[in-house]
Design a protein around this ligand. Structure first.
Ligand SMILES: Nc1nc2c(c(=O)[nH]1)N[C@H]1C(S)=C(S)[C@@H](COP(=O)(O)O)O[C@H]1N2
Ligand SMILES: [Mo]
Length: 216
């Protein structure tokens, strides 16, 4: 039987709308599922939740595209490097339970999984004059940590929290796990790690009066 063309067009329209709705739903379902499968305990230790954070980033949550994302290692290094998301994940992985304390007075204990920043720095070759590690982020945020602290304390660049990939608002693809330092040292959405010979460098909050050491 011959179908009128308008009938076919109508069917195609209905199908494409249904598909669009289904895709949208799967995006929010994915976010919900991520939270549903997060771990709540690690080696007998009770953990906080991904939702125990108060989102107060300088420009709100950032949506970083995994395919076009690059992490740069630059500044006082012998060979500046650029990594894709997967190339960063190709480094040896580490897990650790660490508490994040914000200056606002709240804190959250989570299981973090990531790579060691010093493994990335070793590949770029740190120049002898470097003393400060500056983190640049997708939202324009900056903060820094002493190079000695990053190396001696095995500071991690995390890609998972409580066993799930960092949600966009929690810093996807990477957040610095600056243990024993206040939350503003825990750069989210890290895009560049710059080595500097300036021991007094001040990042976003530090240049607005917050303590540059930020020790707990
Ligand atoms: N890129 C970026 N990273 C950032 C921030 C920010 O505004 N931008 N805020 C910092 C602060 S003040 C805290 S307490 C931690 C956790 O922030 P959240 O609760 O908004 O995730 O992220 C830190 N990292
Ligand atoms: Mo904070």
């Amino acid at each position: 039987m011959k179908q009128p063309l308008s009938r076919l067009v109508a069917v195609a329209l209905v199908l494409s709308v249904a598909l669009a709705v289904a895709c949208n739903r799967s995006v929010s379902e994915r976010a919900t599922k991520l939270r549903a499968v997060q771990v709540s305990e690690y080696k007998g230790e009770k953990l906080g939740s991904i939702d125990d954070f108060r989102e107060n980033s300088i420009k709100g949550p950032q949506a970083v595209d995994e395919a076009s994302y690059r992490l740069e290692i630059s500044g006082e290094v012998t060979t500046p490097r650029t990594y894709t998301y997967q190339q960063v994940l190709g480094h040896p992985k580490y897990s650790k339970v660490v508490v994040l304390n914000c200056v606002e007075g709240w804190s959250v204990k989570l299981l973090w999984e990531g790579v060691l920043i010093k493994d990335l720095l070793a590949e770029a070759g740190v120049k002898p004059g470097a003393v400060t590690v500056i983190f640049h982020a997708y939202d324009g945020y900056t903060t820094s940590l002493p190079l000695a602290y990053v190396l001696d304390r095995n500071i991690m660049l995390a890609y998972k929290m409580n066993g799930v990939v960092l949600p966009p608002e929690r810093g996807f693809p990477f957040q610095v796990v600056a243990e024993d330092k206040l939350g503003y040292k825990w750069a989210k959405w890290v895009t560049k790690i710059e080595l500097s010979d300036d021991p007094a460098y001040k990042g976003y909050w530090e240049s607005r009066g917050y303590d540059n050491d930020a020790g707990l």
